[in-house]
Design a protein around this ligand. Structure first.
Ligand code: SAM
Length: 660
């Protein structure tokens, strides 16, 4: 396949600026116009190191004016707090809550959902305690949490209500001396199905000064009638690695190891005894970032679907699922990113650029950030040989932009000047950022979750790309157009499970996007060449397997004579032996055919288990059937492809899922 340089350039540019709109593109065009082709090709394009490239954009007269001119104007742009807006939403939430009390059934629930939405907005927009001392006496945030707690109790979400009550206290409300607080606690425990704790809260309320006995009696009646809401069943589980963890590869199982060849670089292969269903990798990311599209619906820190968001105390642009996630993010990376979030989104920069910045903002110290970034650049593939001067310039400019955000957010502490010109250590950071932007292009993973419907875990479910992350060991898996593993996520953890047995030394493959059942050979090769700089030579490519819709039901059996690896067609007459053209022996395929009948039965049984939403049972049946299939036959085989896809769907279901 010929190398399409223009397509490669387009693909590469999208890994820096993914949005079509955004000012970063204009910045690149302006700098490109200023420097001209000659300088770019004959000077910049010939620079040999990232340090020289970064230094060049800040100091060479051909480019430094437009670069410094734009970077000088980097200012905070973020969604600010608004106490008045918050108080208005809270009033609206309180009103809807009261109205829901006089409504009935579905109508009341609808009003409560609207109240919850208004209360969520009130929480998100409320400033920190005392930031606006005039309105609500500086307690807008605490009041927003308190209002939401009442709504949550009526919705039957006791645990979330208790969390909100705690937050209302943390942000300044003196609730512990109020009867109302203990009554709310009692109701929250009651809807959680914890009557003993509900009774304790009621007893405390009874003993408090000013307590009204009739009110308590009413409350007790209400509590005894409360129907605890059943906890939502979740099949999410962190799986166990097959045979324990490898000593060399962090997060990988002992059944795999890393090898290297000239044409394929480093890649993961099987050790002896790797079986279908073995968990080969379970790894936390080095860094991972949520896609901005999901800032309003998913936790910025752990990527869980939000129901009752907790806000950053300074900006309203992102949300967390809990005070714990908020605390972890805000004491680490978010304090540097907070005020620049909308600027970064407005630049149109890709999620990979967010990850590059995050490697620094989340590091416990600048030195550790530098060490991690340099190590990643040293160890992961970056295809420097294919990079064009234009691409280097674009990435160097992005590094300059990210560096400027770090400078302005006081990542380097108070600087001596407000100027853009980097100090020696800042240049090191920009250089490391440039390295990260190169390796992220080829090594980052999309992080997805399954969105399931209320009605069924599989019918109508779909995967949603929520985030992206960089995984140290995960980066060493090579591609095949029909992978031998299924990839799913438990939170941010990347899990790879074998979808077929592997012989010792056989490649353990993931898929980078184009799969043979949907994209033809030409499309796949073009995409892989353009996006990942290699030509694929997997079996699906070598044999040019047809798309799924064109695949027939034919099955090819392995020749059963020892040491022969030939494939034989389904025999015309089962009663007769067939002659293997490779080993020249007469072979009976009776046993293989009998096994195939059993395999098809198991596929059908597994499909029925999926229909009945028995995920665990379906996984075991698929594992057993697939293991059998690969011992007697080979791909492509339509029912087996479908079975592997179904196993993947079941494994998704054991990862993080969410309902809309
Ligand atoms: C995520 S890295 C995988 C690890 C990489 N092989 C290394 O040495 O670091 C992606 C790169 O691996 C190489 N690669 C992946 N799959 C390949 C395959 N099937 N054949 C040849 N090269 C492949 C390509 O260079 C690709 O850009």
């Amino acid at each position: 396949m010929e190398f399409d340089a223009t397509y490669h350039e387009i693909c590469s540019a999208q890994t820096v600026q993914s949005e079509r709109r955004g000012f970063f593109n204009e910045f690149c065009v302006d700098v490109r116009d200023a420097c001209g082709d000659k300088w770019l090709r004959n000077y910049f394009g010939k620079l040999k190191s990232n340090a020289a490239r970064v230094l060049s954009i800040f100091s060479d007269r051909e480019v430094c004016d437009p670069v410094l001119g734009v970077l000088e104007h980097v200012q905070p742009v973020f969604k600010q707090k608004d106490a008045l807006f918050s108080a208005q939403r809270r009033a609206q939430a309180d009103k809807l809550y009261l109205m829901s009390g006089s409504g009935e059934g579905e109508e009341s629930r609808e009003l409560l959902q609207q109240a919850l939405m208004a209360a969520n907005l009130a929480v998100m927009r409320a400033p920190d305690r005392n930031a606006d001392p005039v309105l609500d006496e500086g307690l807008t945030l605490a009041l927003a949490y308190r209002s939401r707690a009442s709504i949550l109790i009526r919705l039957g979400e006791g645990e979330a209500a208790l969390n909100d009550l705690k937050l209302a206290i943390n942000f300044g409300l003196e609730l512990k001396s109020s009867v109302d607080y203990y009554l709310k606690m009692a109701k929250a425990y009651a809807v959680m199905g914890e009557p003993a704790r509900a009774e304790i809260s009621l007893k405390i309320a009874e003993k408090m000064p000013g307590c009204d006995a009739t009110h308590i009696a009413l409350c007790r009646k209400e509590i005894s009638a409360a129907k605890p809401k059943p906890k939502e069943a979740t099949s999410e589980q962190v799986p166990q690695l097959a045979h324990g963890e490898s000593a060399e590869l962090v997060g990988a199982s002992k059944v795999v190891r890393l090898v290297e060849t000239k044409d394929k670089g480093r890649f993961v292969v099987a050790n002896e005894g790797l079986r279908t269903g073995d968990v080969l990798l379970c790894e936390e990311p080095v860094a991972a970032c949520l896609e901005p599209t999901y800032f309003g619906t998913h936790c910025h820190h752990c990527f869980k679907r939000l129901r009752t968001p907790v806000s950053c105390l300074h900006c309203s642009g992102i949300a967390f699922c809990s005070a714990q996630c908020m605390g972890e993010a805000c004491s680490s990376y978010h304090r540097f990113e907070c005020e620049y979030m909308d600027l970064m989104i407005g630049s149109g920069m890709s999620i990979l650029c967010f990850i590059a910045l995050r490697i620094f903002t989340q590091a416990p110290s600048l030195e550790q950030g530098l060490a991690t970034a340099n190590l990643l650049f040293e160890h992961l593939c970056s295809h420097e040989e294919d990079r064009q001067p234009d691409d280097y310039l674009r990435r160097a400019l992005m590094s300059g932009f990210l560096l400027r955000i770090l400078q302005k957010s006081l990542y380097f502490g108070r600087r001596k000047t407000e100027g853009v010109n980097p100090t020696a250590v800042e240049l090191q950071v920009a250089t490391a950022l440039l390295g990260l932007l190169q390796v992220l292009q080829y090594n980052a993973h999309q992080i997805y979750q399954t969105q399931v419907t209320e009605e069924h875990r599989f019918d109508g479910s779909k995967t949603v790309n929520l985030a992206a992350g960089l995984y140290g060991t995960g980066s060493y898996f090579n591609h095949e157009c029909w992978p031998s593993t299924a990839c799913h996520f438990v939170g941010k953890k990347l899990v790879l499970t074998a979808t077929r047995p592997h012989r010792a030394n056989e490649l353990v493959a993931v898929n980078y996007g184009p799969i043979f059942i949907k994209n033809n050979l030409k499309e796949r090769q073009r995409s892989l060449r353009g996006r990942y700089s290699f030509s694929c030579n997997c079996m699906a490519c070598q044999e040019n397997w047809p798309l799924l819709q064109k695949l027939d039901k034919q099955v090819r059996f392995w020749c059963t004579s020892a040491n022969c690896s030939n494939l034989l067609k389904f025999p015309k007459d089962l009663a007769k032996d067939v002659r293997c053209p490779r080993c020249r022996k007469n072979i009976s395929l009776k046993e293989s055919v009998a096994k195939m009948i059993k395999i098809e039965e198991l596929y059908r049984e597994a499909a029925r288990a999926m229909e009945a939403q028995k995920t665990g049972e379906a996984i075991e049946l698929f594992k057993e059937a697939l293991e059998m299939f690969f011992h007697v036959a080979a791909l492509p085989h339509k029912d087996t492809i479908v079975a592997q896809q179904s196993l993947h769907k079941c494994l998704f279901d054991t990862g993080t899922t969410f309902k809309k």
